[in-house]
Ligand binder design. Sequence first.
Ligand code: ADP
Length: 668
Amino acid sequence: MSGPSHLPERRPGESSRRLLAYLIVTAAYFAVGAVSLVVYPAGSGLAGIWPASGIAVAAVLLLGPQASLAVLAGDLLVGLYAGLALAPALVSALAGAGESLLAWYLLTRVHPIDMRLERVRDVAAFIGLGVVLNAVLCFVVRYLLAANGQTTEFIAAAALGHGLGVLIVTPVVLSWRVQPVPAPFSVELLLLLLATVLINVATFSTSLLTPGSPLLYAVYLVVLWAALRFGPRETSAVLLVTALFAMWAAGRRSGPFLLASPSEALSSLGVFLLVSAATALLLAAAVREKRASDLRVAESESVHRTLIEQMGEGVVMIDADGRLTYISDRFCEICARQREGLMGVRLADIVREADREAIEAALQHSVIDSDTRIETVLRQPSGQALAVSLALRRLDDAQDGKAVTLAMLSDVTERRRAEELARLHLQQLAHMGRLKSMDEMAIAMAHEITQPLTAIMSYTQAGRRLLSDGHADDPALAEALAGANGEARRARAIVHRIRDFVQNRPARPVTIEAAFLVREAIRFAEPEARQHGVELRLAPGAPSCSVHADPIQIQQVLLNLVRNAVEAIAAAACPRRSVTLRVRLLEVENEVEFSVEDSGPGLPASHVERVFEPFFTTKEDGVGIGLALCHSIVDAHGGSIRAEPHPDGGAVFLFSLPVIAHATRAHA
Ligand code: ADP
């Protein structure tokens, strides 16, 4: 509920209901005013608490500014009842209605309050703008009118009485009207009621307390009880009961406030009630606010807890000493341990020994607003090892200025397994791809080996001839042997290259120069290209930079691209028959780009995106896995691959890999 400015919509019968409400206000104002006049008869020179002003303020706050007319009518009747002539009675009634209108304006327009008075700021605004200003206005108006030649002291007492009327009566009407359902009946409530009546009877209606006795402050006890244990409604009710008893005692000229003169007694009673009521209402609101905020904290804690427990990750809070202070159920589940066994344990102690230092360091260096991630292995009591990932995040420095770290633990065993499977899969596929390439290149490779073997044969025949002719000392013999040796080495290198290429082995990434990989690939592909009359060349200006890669797999990618290019040129019987390999350093991206450009027929635009799809082929005997495999290999190396048409016709295939190190000098 935001305040009284939200007037209800007009419904049928609304106006008659409102009229009835205004009549009730007038009647209540008159009745309460008339009773007050019995206690402080007009002309007696006495002025005490004036509860009718509380009814007036409550009426305008609940019913709107029009209710001030009902107040005016009630006040006029009281004036006439008190024996005033019509004119002064009307002036006094106009003043009363004006006071209530001012309170309405201040508490709904200037500083709108929530009428349940459950927040300290609402009570403070009510006391400041509703009570104090009301009393001040009352004093000013009456002082200016100075009706019946009243003394300043009397006018001040009357103004205090008006303010008190608002302070004591308005909260009762507001809080019970806005929240009419009584608190659940309890023994404590009954005891509070009993105590209120008993203490008030003892204080005000018996002669137990001598005038000025400090024991009268016993009333405070019940007021505080109501404020601390109940709420603004019950507190305002206890205050009203106390005020009624006090008024009654004042009427009977009895009770602890009977000091030297009746007016002195009334003003000390007024101050007593003012202080008690203001303190109690503020305290009740503070207690309510504290309870509401505790409730909000508890609610948000329970929401967070529920969210945490529903997360796939296990969550723990770690104190400045690295010990676990909060442990979620999921965390216990991942560790397969009981919470009791984990509480107070150091996080580093539940991971494998090799990672303990790293965990301690990560905890030390965890920062606010960003996760420090660390992967480790956790051993369950059963002995089972789990691959886990920890995300550490420092929370705001908690109390005592000591840091608290939040750790989220996820079981990545399954992910690791899947990654390992994918890696093995790729390894197998790559191997099959190489075998297939080798199968297709066998003739060219055989021819490649035949060359040095033929040369060896020629060298050895020449050597034999020299020996049989008795030219053992001829330097030509040594030359022939050296030649044979050189060719044998060449043949062995080719065989080694083939062996390495077709071997099935796990990927072994090493730091290797990019241009070297390209030169090796050219060496491998050259025999086949030559057979098709295609020239292979490495473009000048290859930078000196290294990548972290498995050399065989990257050569496989390059070989695939080159062989596709050669095939495309051969199939289209192109007049220009060349394939250019280029290496470029992309400094901004910190990547090295390899490209294979051919002078073949090129790629139709519709094929550019599709060529990397598995089983996409336009060849009669094609399988369509070569480029898909290239894509997977480059991906696994943290790079990317694409195809595009060459501006001079032909196709360009480009792939890039992250650079590990590079020199600024470029060489051919
Ligand atoms: P395959 O060689 O078995 O067809 P790839 O995956 O190696 O499988 O190639 C897929 C398709 O990409 C080829 O069928 C061809 O249509 C196209 N392609 C690949 N390289 C080139 C190129 N250099 N020029 C033109 N088309 C190419």
